[in-house]
Design a protein around this ligand. Structure first.
Ligand code: G3H
Ligand code: 13P
Ligand code: ZN
Length: 312
C-alpha cells in the first residue's frame, strides 16, 4: 500500500470509537520504532513532521524514511502529515513534496485570517488529493516552533466551529481543551483535567466531523524516573492522564498527537545504555535501546489509549 490520506482512517475511527496516533518523526530510529509497533499491533498510523523536524533532518530524508517504512510494512495504512504548518507556502511545499496530509496552524491569527489561510490551503490541497487539518483556539506550550504563554492559551469556542469548518472546507479540526505541548503541562499539585464538556459541545455542532488533540503526551513517570536515575534532571514533568485521552478517543477525537513521550523514551533508552556501558561509543548500540523504548511507548498508546490495535 502507498501512503494514504486520513479520510478513510478517520471515518472508521469515528464510527468505531477509537483514535489514530499521530507520532512525530525526526530520524530513522523513531520512524522504525513507531512503524514496527503499528505493524505488530495491526494499527493504522500517522507519521508527522514539524518545521523543526524538517529543518533538522531535511524534508526529503523524512519523506524517504517514511516511504521505506511503507515498503517494509505494506499492510499498514500510513499517512505522512505536516505538523503545525505555519503558512500556505510551507503547506504547499509539503503537498508538492509527497505529504498526504497537512496542518495549517493559523490559530494565533484572527478568526478571519485563520479562515482565509486555511481555506487557501484546503483549496490547493484538495485539488491534489491531500487532506487538511486546521486549528481553532490556542494551546499553551514550550516547544521550539510552537510557543504560547500559558495565560494566553484559549479554549476553543464551540460557537465558532461550524462557521469555521463550513467556510474553510478543511477535513479535520484541532481544538484546545486543556492539552498543551511539551513535558510540563500542569503545575505540581494542580488537577490535570481536560475540558471534555467543550469537546462534547463541539461534537454536537459538527456531527461526524474528525476532531484532533495536540499536546497529548502523558509523560509516563517510569521513563522520567529512568532519565532522572541515569544523570537526567527533569523536574515536575507532568502530562495528560491517559484515561482522559481514552474518553476523548471514544468520542469525536480521531487523531491524538504525541511527540514528547517519544522523546522521553528515546532519552531514557540512551541514558540507561550509556550509564550501563560507559565504554560504548557505537551509536548503533545506544540507539537500539532508545528505539526499543519508542516502540514500547507507541505499542502502549495503541492498545491502552487509542484503541487502534487490530483495526487494519
Ligand atoms: O507540536 C510540537 C511538536 O512536539 C513538534 O515539536 O517543533 O520541537 O519539532 P518541534
Ligand atoms: P506533546 O508535546 O504533548 O507530545 O504534543 C505533540 C504535538 O501536539 C505535536 O503536534
Ligand atoms: Zn501540536
Amino acid at each position: 500500500m502507498a501512503l494514504v490520506t486520513s479520510t478513510e482512517m478517520f471515518k472508521k475511527a469515528y464510527d468505531g470509537g477509537y483514535a489514530i496516533g499521530a507520532f512525530n518523526v525526526n530520524n530513522m530510529e523513531i520512524v522504525q520504532g513507531i512503524t514496527e509497533a503499528a505493524a505488530e499491533l495491526r494499527s493504522p498510523i500517522i507519521l508527522q513532521a514539524s518545521a523543526g523536524a524538517r529543518k533538522y533532518a531535511n524534508s526529503i530524508y523524512l519523506t524517504k524514511l517514511v516511504e521505506a517504512a511503507v515498503e517494509l510494512h505494506p499492510e499498514v495504512p500510513m499517512v505522512l502529515h505536516l505538523d503545525h504548518g505555519a503558512d500556505f507556502e510551507t503547506c504547499k511545499s509539503c503537498i508538492d513534496g509527497g505529504f498526504t496530509s497537512v496542518m495549517i496552524d493559523y490559530s494565533g491569527h484572527s478568526f478571519e485570517e485563520n479562515i482565509a489561510e486555511s481555506r487557501k490551503v484546503a483549496e490547493y490541497a484538495h485539488e491534489r488529493g491531500v487532506v487538511v487539518e486546521a486549528e481553532l483556539g490556542t494551546l499553551a506550550g514550550i516547544e521550539d516552533a510552537v510557543s504560547v504563554d500559558a495565560d494566553k492559551a484559549m479554549f476553543t469556542n464551540p460557537d465558532e466551529v461550524e462557521e469555521f469548518v463550513k467556510r474553510t472546507g478543511v477535513d479535520s479540526l484541532a481544538i484546545a481543551i486543556g492539552t498543551s505541548h511539551g513535558a510540563y503541562k500542569f503545575k505540581p499539585g494542580t488537577d490535570p483535567k481536560l475540558r471534555l464538556d467543550i469537546l462534547e459541545e463541539v461534537a454536537r455542532r459538527l456531527p461526524g466531523f474528525p476532531i484532533v488533540l495536540h499536546g497529548s503526551s502523558s509523560v509516563p513517570q517510569e521513563y522520567v524516573k529512568i532519565i532522572n536515575g541515569h544523570g537526567g534532571a527533569l523536574k515536575d514533568a507532568i502530562g495528560i492522564p491517559e484515561e482522559q485521552l481514552r474518553l476523548a478517543a471514544k468520542g469525536a477525537v480521531c487523531k491524538i498527537n504525541i511527540d514528547s513521550d517519544l522523546r522521553l523514551g528515546m532519552t531514557a533508552g540512551i541514558r540507561e545504555h550509556m550509564q550501563a556501558h560507559p565504554d560504548h561509543f557505537d551509536p548503533r548500540q545506544y540507539l537500539t535501546d532508545g528505539r526499543k523504548y519508542v516502540k514500547d511507548i507507541v505499542a502502549h498508546k495503541i492498545v491502552e489509549v487509542l484503541g487502534s490495535d487490530g483495526k487494519i
